[in-house]
Design a protein around this ligand. Structure first.
Ligand code: UN1
Length: 523
C-alpha cells in the first residue's frame, strides 16, 4: 500500500517487493531462508528479508570479535563521541524510524517515536559513561601494597531482542556495550527485521565514518537456529536476551553450560494496587496507559489490578466505560497506529490473537467473568480500507476466580484481571504471589504505605512504583525484574557493570613480599 511504501522509503528501505539483505557483518548479505514481514494492522506483506544461514552467523560472530579489538583500542571518550554521533543520526530520523516501528510492530505513532527517543536517551547515558566507567582503588592490609578493581571490555555482546520493543532494547544494550568497549551482534525478532535493518544502517554509517569496522554492530536476522548459534558460541561472553520465560530458561541454561554470562529480561506479571486513600483520577490514568497502551504488549504492561474493597466499585465504574467506548473514533480510539489520533493499535501477530482468545476461553470456562461489554477478535477498523488481515482484538477486563491459574501467567495481550483486597499487607502478598517479578505500582497518598511498599516486606519486583503506572520507565535507572523475570538489569543505573570483566589487581610497590592474613611461608 502507499501507506507502507511511504514509511519504508522515508528510512531508505525498498518498497517494491525486492529482497532485502538481512545479515550485516561489515558487508550486507544473507543467503538463508527469506522471511516475509507483515504489517500487523493490515496483514499486508511489507518486506522480504534474506536471513542468515548458520555459516553466515558463524562468520558474523568472527567478524564482530575482530571488530571488538578495534573498539577497545579506541579510547573510551572517543567511543563516547561515536555514540554521540549515533544519537544525532537517530534524532535526525526519529519520526521516520518511529513510523517504521508503528508499521512493522503495530504500536501507535507516539510510542514508536518514544521508542526511538529511548535509544537517543540511552546514547546520552552512554556518552557520559564513556568518561566515567570507573574502577576503584582499595586499601591493602599489606604495607606498600594497593588494590585496584579494573573494568575491561568483554569482547562481543550478543543481543537477542523481542518484537515488542524492536529498537529500544537493542539501543540499551548497544550503547552500553560500546561505551564499555565491546562490539555487538544482534538477532532481532524474526517478525521485526526491517526495524533492525534500518537501525543498523544508521549505526553502520557512523561507525565507519569514525574508522571503526561496521561489524562492531553486526546483525543476523532469522529464527531459532540463528539464536541457538549465538547462545552456544564461546566467542560471545555475554548474551542479553529479552523474551519469554520458557525460551529464557533455555538460553540461561545453554549459556551457563559454557560458563558465559547472561542478562535475562523475561516475563512480567505486573500488578497495580489502588489503595483506599489513592487519588483515583491519577490511578485511572496510570492503569489505562499501562493496561491498554501498546495493546498490552509491553513486558511492563499491567496484567493485574488489585482494588481496595472501599473504592473497587467506583474505580471500575470509571474504568470500564473507556473500554466499552473503545471504537474507531471515541474515547480510546482504536485504529491505524500511524494515525496520530489513535491510542490502541493491533496485536502484533496471529499467535498473539490466539493466545488472547485461548486465555479468555479458559478463564471464562473456569468461572471468570468478563466485565467489558465486548471482548474477542474484532474486525479491522474502517479507517484502514487496505486491511485484509490484521490482528485486532477488544481490550478486555476480566474478574477471574481468585485461585484461577491465569493469575500466575503472563499473556501478551490487552487482558486485565481484577481482584479486591482489604488490607495493604494482603495486596502486597497477592502482588508477590506470582513467579514473575518485573514491575509493580501502588497508588496511595500515605507515607506509611509507601515506606512499607518500598521496604523488605514490600513489592519483590525490580520496578516498584508509587503513583506511577507499571510501564514506561525512563532509562536513568537500571531496568529489569527479579525471580522468573530473570534478575537481569539493562539500560541505566549500574547495568553497565555487567558488560565488563572485572579484575582485582593487587600491586606491590615495596621491596618485601608479605602475605595477607598474616600467613608466613618459608625463610
Ligand atoms: C519491554 O517491554 O520489553 O518501561 C521494555 C517500559 C519501557 C521498556 C519496556 N521503557 O515500558
Amino acid at each position: 500500500s502507499t501507506r507502507a511504501a511511504q514509511v519504508l522509503e522515508s528510512v531508505g528501505l525498498p518498497s517494491s517487493g525486492e529482497t532485502i539483505p538481512g545479515v550485516f557483518d561489515g558487508t550486507w548479505g544473507g543467503s538463508g531462508e527469506i522471511i516475509e514481514t507483515t504489517c500487523p494492522a493490515t496483514g499486508e506483506v511489507i518486506g522480504r528479508v534474506q536471513t542468515a544461514t548458520v555459516d553466515e552467523v558463524r562468520i558474523a560472530i568472527a567478524k564482530s570479535a575482530e571488530a571488538a579489538r578495534a573498539v577497545r583500542a579506541m579510547p573510551g571518550p572517543k567511543r563516547g563521541d561515536v555514540i554521540r554521533q549515533i544519537r544525532v543520526a537517530l534524532a535526525d530520523k526519529v519520526g521516520e524510524l518511529g513510523d517504521l516501528i508503528s508499521l512493522e510492530m503495530g504500536k501507535i505513532k507516539s510510542e514508536g517515536k518514544g521508542e526511538v527517543q529511548e535509544f537517543i536517551d540511552i546514547c546520552d547515558h552512554g556518552v557520559g559513561l564513556s568518561r566515567s566507567v570507573a574502577g576503584r582503588v582499595l586499601p591493602s592490609e599489606r604495607p606498600d601494597h594497593v588494590i585496584y578493581e579494573v573494568p575491561n571490555p568483554l569482547g562481543v555482546v550478543g543481543i537477542l531482542s523481542a518484537f515488542n520493543f524492536p529498537v529500544a532494547v537493542y539501543g540499551w544494550n548497544f550503547a552500553i556495550a560500546l561505551a564499555t568497549g565491546n562490539s555487538t551482534i544482534w538477532k532481532p525478532s524474526p517478525t521485526t527485521p526491517l526495524c533492525a535493518i534500518a537501525v543498523t544502517q544508521i549505526v553502520q554509517k557512523v561507525l565507519e565514518a569514525n574508522g571503526l569496522p561496521g561489524a562492531a554492530a553486526a546483525l543476523v536476522t532469522g529464527d531459532v537456529e540463528v539464536g541457538k548459534e549465538l547462545v552456544a558460541s564461546p566467542e560471545i561472553p555475554l548474551v542479553s536476551f529479552t523474551g519469554s520465560e520458557r525460551v529464557g530458561k533455555e538460553v540461561g541454561k545453554n549459556v551457563m553450560d559454557r560458563f558465559g554470562k547472561t542478562i535475562l529480561e523475561l516475563g512480567g506479571n505486573n500488578a497495580v494496587i489502588v489503595d483506599a486513600d489513592a487519588d483515583l483520577s491519577l490511578a485511572l490514568q496510570g492503569v489505562l496507559f499501562a493496561a491498554v497502551g501498546t495493546a498490552g504488549q509491553r513486558c511492563t504492561s499491567t496484567r493485574r489490578l488489585l482494588l481496595h474493597k472501599s473504592i473497587a466499585k467506583e474505580f471500575l465504574d470509571r474504568l470500564l466505560p473507556f473500554y466499552d467506548s473503545a471504537t474507531k473514533a471515541q474515547t480510546l480510539a482504536m485504529g491505524d497506529p500511524l494515525n496520530p489520533a489513535t491510542l490502541i493499535g493491533p496485536l502484533h501477530s496471529e499467535t498473539s490473537v490466539r493466545n488472547y482468545e485461548k486465555t479468555l476461553a479458559d478463564v471464562t470456562s473456569r468461572g471468570g467473568e468478563i466485565l467489558t461489554k465486548r471482548s474477542g477478535r474484532m474486525a479491522a477498523p474502517e479507517t484502514l480500507p487496505e486491511a485484509t488481515g490484521g490482528h485486532w482484538v477488544w481490550p478486555t477486563v476480566v474478574r477471574p476466580k481468585l485461585d484461577d491459574p491465569c493469575w500466575q501467567e503472563e499473556v501478551f495481550a490487552p487482558i486485565l484481571y481484577v481482584a479486591e483486597f482489604e488490607t495493604l499487607d494482603e495486596a502486597i502478598k497477592i502482588n508477590n504471589a506470582v513467579p514473575q517479578g518485573l514491575s509493580s505500582s501502588l497508588f496511595t497518598r500515605s507515607l506509611q504505605n509507601m515506606g512499607k511498599w518500598l521496604g523488605p516486606e514490600g513489592s519483590d519486583c525490580g520496578i516498584v512504583n508509587v503513583n506511577v503506572g507499571t510501564s514506561g520507565a525512563e532509562i536513568g535507572a537500571a531496568f529489569g525484574g527479579n525471580k522468573s523475570t530473570g534478575w537481569g538489569r539493562e539500560s541505566g543505573g549500574d547495568a553497565w557493570k555487567q558488560y565488563v570483566r572485572w579484575s582485582a589487581a593487587t600491586v606491590n610497590y615495596g621491596n618485601k613480599l608479605p602475605l595477607a592474613q598474616g600467613v608466613s611461608f618459608g625463610p
